[in-house]
Design a protein around this ligand. Structure first.
Ligand SMILES: Nc1ncnc2c1ncn2[C@@H]1O[C@H](COP(=O)(O)OP(=O)(O)O)[C@@H](O)[C@H]1O
Ligand SMILES: [Mg+2]
Length: 285
């Protein structure tokens, strides 16, 4: 399901003393099945942007198109149909759990989108298996789970509606390193196996480097960079300007390359870093 964003502008509390411009002339084209990372410091407009893609916010000016659904300032649209196809997982989604049991909570989405209870239950169970939450927890209250488990339940709640586009807004914030890795692997699998379009908002440049081929940098409500992560990481002035870190793998490899007067390698993973070091060691012996 392709996404097209044209000249999108958004102002919070328009025509009030608290007016705040959050997006300025944003243009983006995201093909079906893409995996795109969104980065940029707090307040740059990332969350505001993605909330337009599932119709939570309506443009002040410009246009958002998801497949054949067009969202424009004055147009009336079936937002329920849009939200069924575009799942949005907020920051700290566990704060939105509310049902008595985990299973009921995850069934809420499919029920709301018109599935019969039996079918909603089947979809919910599938989603709970996908996020790797053990069956013993399904009949418990979501509030008796750990933080990481609650987050899994919340994500299952979005997956149960089988969206074509999944948007995750800082999904690993507050998780421990192990939880962060598992969560990212889950999203990468959903993207690779189910062909889901995945939009990932993150502050973690290691995730950007390892999982994506396209990164959009937001800065003051505008798209400041849109392209390959390696192209961004190679431009030190841009990184400094946007307050972005180098991924650990590149920081290490490039420092080593500079010391040995070698070309800075393009690497994506720790495994590739090790391979490169072994290669360099062989060359310089
Ligand atoms: N509900 C709101 N009311 C008024 N201003 C808001 C609201 N939400 C966000 N903003 C402002 O809009 C801008 C973009 O915010 P946001 O999209 O949340 O950025 P990010 O997700 O990149 O941190 C910021 O200046 C922020 O203060
Ligand atoms: Mg945000």
């Amino acid at each position: 399901m392709p996404i097209l964003i044209q000249e999108l502008n958004y102002t919070y509390q328009l025509n009030s003393p608290f007016e705040r411009v959050a997006l300025r002339d944003v243009n983006l084209e995201i093909p079906s099945g893409a995996l795109v990372a969104f980065v940029g410091h707090t307040g740059s407009g990332k969350s505001t942007l993605v909330q337009h893609i599932n119709g939570l916010l309506k443009p002040t000016a410009g246009k958002v198109q998801v497949d054949d659904i067009i969202i424009e300032p004055k147009r009336k649209q079936d937002l329920k149909a849009l939200r069924k196809r575009v799942g949005l997982v907020f920051q700290y989604p566990e704060y939105q759990l509310f049902e008595e049991t985990v299973l009921k909570d995850v069934m809420f989405g499919p029920m709301n989108f018109g599935h019969e209870p039996a079918e909603a239950e089947r979809l919910a169970k599938d989603a709970l298996r996908t996020v790797g939450l053990d069956e013993v927890f399904w009949s418990r209250s979501p509030f008796d789970l750990s933080g990481g488990q609650m987050r899994r339940v919340a994500i299952a709640g979005v997956l149960a509606s089988q969206p074509d586009v999944l948007i995750v807004d800082e999904p690993t914030a507050g998780l421990d390193p192990q939880g962060r890795k598992q969560m990212l692997r889950l999203f990468a699998e959903l993207h690779a196996q189910a062909g889901m379009t995945l939009l990932l908002i993150t502050h973690d440049m290691d995730q950007v480097l390892e999982y994506t081929n396209r990164v959009v940098v937001m800065e003051d409500g505008q798209v400041a960079y849109d392209g390959e992560p390696m192209g961004l990481f190679r431009q030190e002035t841009l990184l400094r300007q946007f307050h972005l870190d180098l991924p650990h793998v590149l920081a290490f490899a490039w420092q080593m390359a500079d010391q040995l007067k070698l070309t800075r390698p393009a690497l994506q993973t720790e495994a590739e870093l090790i391979e490169w070091i072994l290669h360099v060691r062989g060359e310089t012996r």
